[in-house]
Design a protein around this ligand. Structure first.
Ligand code: 3HC
Ligand code: NAI
Length: 693
């Protein structure tokens, strides 16, 4: 007996209960007593079979991630599973909650698995930049088949109990009395006396795959096609393939080597940083566990445009009814038609059933009168980005919303405190900055106004989980965290082109860095005319962008912008006409064009962004540097293998960044390059953002 492992008896069956809150992770404090307990039971003739189960909210959720990167204390997880597998009496894992990573690997060391109907099973290690390192890539394909195993291991996504049952991964599913059912199965196996087969010995599905390796390779190619510079997905697939081509022992040995390579590498360190950063972001100053969230049963969205439609979809996808308000019926019809079309695309791709689509649409209703919003618990405004319009809307909401309703704005840049001041309840007002497409993008910047109540923040942090968003609480400033840093990244866009780079050079530097898209391809996608119109109204100019718009090159929507899009294609192609145009503008300014290296492009786009991040921290707009990393990894495609801009800056070295910023500041005199005090102080002290800010 230990604090994390206890053994009880149900007649002749030993029930081993693991209790290591919060998620029963397999740290040393669990591995050691579990190894000891299993060793004793293996040699104890009075125990005729063993059931392994967990207390608390979940079965084992994996290895203890906090131990990675430190010396491993024996027994290791593979040793533990080997000991379990060596037991020559029936062993049954009783699974509820999530059996993930090392948890599922341990369950695969048992002869049998019984799952609660709500259980989920998976090997998510790839999401931490790893591969399953305790036999998972060798045992899983022996049960579910290599093709399914490739899909599961490379995506890291878990499957539900019913699917696991259909695949043979679990032997029985029950909706109640999990442990009793597992004990009953154990008794049945004892009684039958049938020979016990270890998972490692099963090879029928491997033999089938061996006869058609080309089919497996095709699945691997498909599953890994979006790896985008990440090593782990490729190694995961290779390791599962080894299960087909190598004997078990050799496959396990190769898996071990792969694991050590990945766990000591930079990408996994970055992805583990993001794992903990995401959880850290949910912990907000002044919003303790004692703060009770408000109930959210009904949501209203004002505006059925690009963002309003996506936001409404996010909530109905999470099962929450939404009322959408528009200026007139036509605008409502247009918005609902887009929503319906988006669901149709999901249905045609097979990711959504007709039934689920109908259910989601059934949760949506459209109105044109503010009076119909009186029973909404949360109202999110997503109308035009103009302060006067926002104030008008919030004034109307103040008049009709019930007491305690949360009034939120999806503004990208505007002052949430000013919006709040147009109501008599500023404590209920908050920013909810979703990202486009709002039904897909995971980031949610929750903008905390000066007077926003703690329980409003607690409510939004909670509801974000329901609608599967990653929330980060940020303060009020122009553009909050994400867009403010994006502006810093784009500040040099024109100058890089004027001095000698072409759009494709800048974009290649950024995509080689790991961004899914470069900034000019992104600008073409968003439409160049929007910025053009804004510049005209402000009386500012951007020579190249303005010239493109004057020629009717608005981006993808007109088939050309910084790039050419032939025959309605979305694939950007370099356009010699753009090169000529850029050269002409350079010549007009007497600028001698020169070669601009990828290194310079990174320095002049990403270093200012890091600098702005430091200013954001100085001003307390973000509480910690890891919050900024979460914003950029989830909202702007910052490569997860680099851990977000601030974590990446740490790896580059803050002193180096300060040195290069100073260089560019002296060359250009631009404020974006003037090193922030925090950045300079950390660099001078030899510290990092992650450890020191
Ligand atoms: N190791 C260490 N800590 C863990 C952990 C793990 N595997 N999984 C979760 N935690 C911690 C979290 O950091 C959090 O700590 P905090 O309260 O101090 O912030 C706490 O447990 C609760 O976690 P969540 O807030 O995420 O709780 P949820 O209920 O929302 O989710 C979960 C539970 C689905 C289990 C989720 O925590 C999760 O996905 N965990 C990671 C699962 C995983 O990646 N497993 C594979 C690990 S690698 C491995 O097994 C390698 C092996 O192959 C050798
Ligand atoms: P949009 O122009 O696509 O949609 C705005 C909708 O609001 C229109 O359908 C319009 O009819 C409606 N509307 C305008 N005034 C209204 C009023 N008084 N009452 C009811 N409906 C009204 O705009 P989009 O892109 O959806 O932007 C909405 C908000 O979201 C803006 O504040 C924008 O800055 C912000 N945002 C936009 C992002 C984007 O990528 N488009 C990303 C994140 C935030």
């Amino acid at each position: 007996m230990s604090s994390t492992v206890s053994v009880t008896r149900s007649d002749n069956i030993a029930v081993v209960t693991i209790d290591n809150p919060p998620v029963n992770a397999l740290g040393y404090n669990l591995r050691k007593p579990l190894h000891d307990a299993l060793g004793e039971l293996r040699d104890d003739a009075t125990a005729e079979a063993i059931v392994v189960t967990c207390a608390g909210r979940t079965f084992i959720a994996g290895a203890d991630i906090t131990e990675f990167g430190k010396p491993m204390q024996a027994p290791s997880l593979p040793d533990l599973i080997e000991m379990l597998e060596s037991i020559k009496k029936p062993t049954v894992a009783a699974i509820h909650g999530t059996a993930l990573g090392g948890g599922l690997e341990l369950a695969l060391g048992c002869h049998f698995r019984v799952a609660d109907a709500g259980a989920k099973l998976g090997l998510p290690e790839v999401k931490l930049g790893l591969l399953p390192g305790a036999g998972g890539t060798q045992r899983l394909p022996r049960i579910v088949g290599p093709e399914k195993a490739v899909r599961m291991v490379v995506s890291g996504n878990p499957i539900g109990a019913a699917e696991a049952h259909a695949d043979g991964l679990v032997d029985a599913v029950c909706s109640e009395d999990l442990v009793d059912n597992a004990v009953a199965l154990a008794k049945e196996k004892v009684a039958s006396g049938a020979a016990l087969v270890q998972v490692r010995e099963r090879d029928q599905k491997l033999v089938e795959a061996r006869n058609d390796l080309a089919a497996l390779d095709a699945v691997i190619a498909d599953a890994t096609k979006k790896a985008r510079g990440l090593e782990a997905p490729l190694i995961c697939a290779q390791s599962v393939r080894n299960a087909v081509t190598l004997p078990f022992e050799e496959g396990v040995a190769a898996e071990r080597e792969f694991f050590i390579k990945l766990v000591t590498g930079e990408q996994s360190a970055a992805q583990r940083h993001l794992f903990f950063a995401e959880r850290q972001a949910a912990k907000v100053d002044g919003v303790g566990k004692d703060v009770k969230p408000r109930p959210i049963r009904k949501v209203a969205v004002i505006g059925a445009g690009t963002m309003g439609g996506g936001i409404a979809m996010s909530f109905v996808n999470g099962g929450i009814p939404v009322t959408v308000l528009e200026m007139n019926q036509d605008a409502l019809d247009r918005g609902f038609a887009t929503i319906s079309k988006n669901y149709d695309i999901s249905v045609s791709r097979g990711s959504l059933s007709e039934e689920a689509k109908a259910k989601r649409l059934g949760l949506l209703s459209g109105v044109t009168s503010y009076d119909d919003l009186a029973d909404a618990d949360l109202i999110i405004e997503a109308v035009f980005e103009e302060m006067a319009v926002k104030k008008d809307v919030f004034g109307k909401l103040d008049a009709v919303a019930k007491p305690g309703a949360i009034l939120a704005s999806n503004t990208s840049y505007l002052d949430v405190d000013e919006i709040a001041a147009s109501t008599k309840r500023p404590g209920d007002v908050v920013g909810t900055h979703f990202f486009s497409p709002a039904n897909v993008m995971r980031l949610l910047e929750i903008v905390r106004g000066k007077q926003t109540s703690a329980d409003v923040l607690a409510t939004l942090l909670g509801i974000a989980r329901v609608i599967r968003k990653v929330p980060v609480v940020v303060g009020v400033c122009h553009g909050f965290v994400g867009n403010r840093m994006l502006s810093a990244r784009s500040a040099e866009a024109e100058d890089l082109l004027l001095e000698g780079a072409l759009p494709q050079d800048v974009d290649k530097a950024l995509t080689d860095f790991g961004f899914p898209m470069g900034q000019y391809a992104m600008a073409d996608l968003a439409g160049l005319d929007i910025g053009w119109r804004t510049r005209k109204s402000l009386g500012t100019t951007a020579a190249i962008a303005d010239s493109l718009c004057e020629e009717g090159r608005y981006g993808q929507k007109t088939g050309k912008g910084y790039y050419l899009y032939k025959d309605g294609s979305r694939k950007p192609e370099a356009d010699p006409k753009v090169e000529t145009l850029i050269e002409k503008v350079s010549a007009g300014r007497n600028l001698a064009r020169r070669e601009i290296t990828a290194e310079e492009i990174i320095e002049r786009t990403l270093y200012p962004m890091v600098n702005e991040g430091a200013r954001i921290l100085e001003e307390d707009i973000a509480a910690r540097s890891s919050d900024i990393d979460i914003v950029w990894a989830n909202g702007y495609g910052f490569p997860i293998g680099k851990g977000g801009p601030m974590f990446w800056a740490d790896s580059v070295g803050l002193a180096k960044i300060v040195g290069r910023l100073e260089h560019w500041h002296s060359e250009t005199g631009k404020d974006v390059y003037k090193p922030a005090k925090l950045l300079k102080d950390l660099a001078a002290a030899g510290k990092t953002f992650t450890a020191g800010a």
